[in-house]
Unconditional design. Structure first.
Length: 215
């Protein structure tokens, strides 16, 4: 770590400012454990930081990040399921009350998949299979919006992928049961990197509406 000067410098600032500000909270969290009410499924993209976007304190968010903020189908068979395990831990262990699938603009993973870079046979050991989670959604978007400009098409695909992930969430029995009992709510959000604008997905219309700054 000593050779990564910018990280060491950042750590020192964290200790002097952020940790100092929330020292008692950190000590309490270490002693009593975490009790977040909200889980965020976010992208690995370095430009999208959930804690910064929502201006939260330590312990408020349980975050899982992956390529393109995708929720996989409920498939308990197999070997490793990082996102699914995080969902199970958050819902069954931490008893979170909200799950937010947070997508964003200019998503490199979704753009590459939309362009065919991760089609079967494209190479790579993991990402081709991972991005196939939204294969059906991509096919529908390309069929319905084939004449759209590339930027608009990407935005449609980014937001459609959020809908796919929300739909996949409802296939997990432990999530479906909590939703039916009104103990868990599912949400879709979209963050525009350039403008800093956050939009919320309406469950009925499936449209994204900007969250007003003064509300």
């Amino acid at each position: 770590m000593k050779t990564v000067d910018h990280l060491v410098s950042g750590y020192r600032q964290f200790r002097e400012k952020h940790y100092a500000r929330y020292r008692s909270l950190f000590e309490s969290l270490a002693d009593k454990g975490q009790t977040p009410k909200t889980m965020i499924v976010s992208c690995c993209d370095s430009r999208v930081e959930p804690a910064a976007i929502f201006n939260t304190k330590p312990g408020e968010l349980f975050v899982v990040r992956n390529v393109a903020n995708l929720v996989p189908p409920y498939t308990p068979e197999g070997d490793y399921h990082g996102t699914s395990a995080a969902l199970e831990f958050a819902v069954c262990g931490l008893q979170v009350e909200h799950i937010v699938v947070l997508g964003h603009s200019h998503c490199g993973g979704i753009k590459a998949y939309l362009d065919g870079a991760y089609d079967p046979g494209a190479g790579g050991d993991f990402i081709v299979n991972w991005m196939s989670i939204i294969q059906s959604a991509r096919d529908q978007v390309l069929h319905k919006h084939a004449d759209e400009e590339p930027e608009k098409l990407l935005r449609i695909m980014e937001q459609t992928a959020i809908g796919t992930s929300l739909n996949n969430l409802t296939r997990f029995p432990f999530i479906r049961e909590k939703v039916a009992a009104n103990k868990l709510q599912l949400h879709g959000g979209f963050f525009d990197i350039a403008s800093g604008e956050l939009s919320s997905r309406d469950a009925k219309s499936e449209e994204f509406e900007p969250i007003q700054k003064d509300q």
